[in-house]
Design a binder for this molecule. Sequence first.
Ligand code: ZN
Ligand code: ZN
Length: 365
Amino acid sequence: MLNINGVSLLNNRKCNIQIMDGYIQSVTERSFRKGEVISVPEGVYVSPGWIDLHTHAYPCLEPYCSHPDKIGYKTGVTTVIDAGTCGADNIEHLYAVAKGSKTRVFSFLNIAQTGLKVSDELVDLTNISWEKIKYSFQAYPELLVGLKVRMSKSVVGENGLEPLKLARKYGDLLQKPLMVHIGSAPPKITDILDLLEKGDVITHCFHAKEGNTIFNHQQKIHPSVYHALRRGVYLDVGHGTSSFSFQIAKQAKNHQLPFHSISTDIYEKNRLNGPVYDMATTLNKFLALGYSLVDVIKKVTEIPAAILHKPEFGTLDKGTVADLTFFTVEKEQLVLEDAYGETVTTVNQIKPYAVMLGGEYIVCS
Ligand code: ZN
Ligand code: ZN
């Protein structure tokens, strides 16, 4: 039995967490001295392990590449989802990378077999092979959580909504959700939203690319967004190098638009040079926008776990996997930049302190 004493829950109550064989046994206010004991410094919070729903965790395809551990456990993230860096051609290698990583890795398979080896992967529809997609899901069921399809002008060329219609058909056959990238039109965001169903995910929900955002010309949220939300479609942030705008996110907050998950769309370039850097920086941006700590942490734990249909993650309930993130919230001013050069200032900074991965405790470097 492993005991972690003196950590704070998000309600500021101190607790002890007991872990057995890599699973949470109990979370109580008593402290235990039996078995192995880990004590954390005063003021360290604990949450379920952070899940980053949109990353590029395949180190071999430039520029959209990074290593799962660099963007994962070393930065407080216990699970990364590779969002379509790989298609059927590379999935075998991503599986090997995942096996060799400490950080948990899942993947939305790019419907184009090339993955992001090219940046216009859906201009040529012969790049989409149902046979290869089906084979990939049969071969790597524990890795693959859904299909990724990038629906913006430079990716689909003249093909309009066709790639999304194919993805929807294959998603239905596989009974897996889609993660859909949105950006410049065509296709129009409203046409994309209308094709999505319960469990599908829109990523880059707060992008500001010309005329194709969640807002219409009257600065109102498109009715299709609300219709999609009512059907059970999820909205994911997917910050990235060019897909997150404070202005759009602020407007969305003023309209009380519910969104679901905070993800980074991180890869080497935006990790090293910004504006992403890491998950904590992305979370700090939402604190700066006025979201509560509880809300922000939910969007990187409980909600992405639900989107992934993985109830064994995302909570501190008895019997869930002992993936935990330990962090502090420090009163320190910091200027944060979005993808368009706009800044906000936060006075609260989340800083990862350590993670636990299936019971293994690692202090973040
Ligand atoms: Zn994207
Ligand atoms: Zn991406």
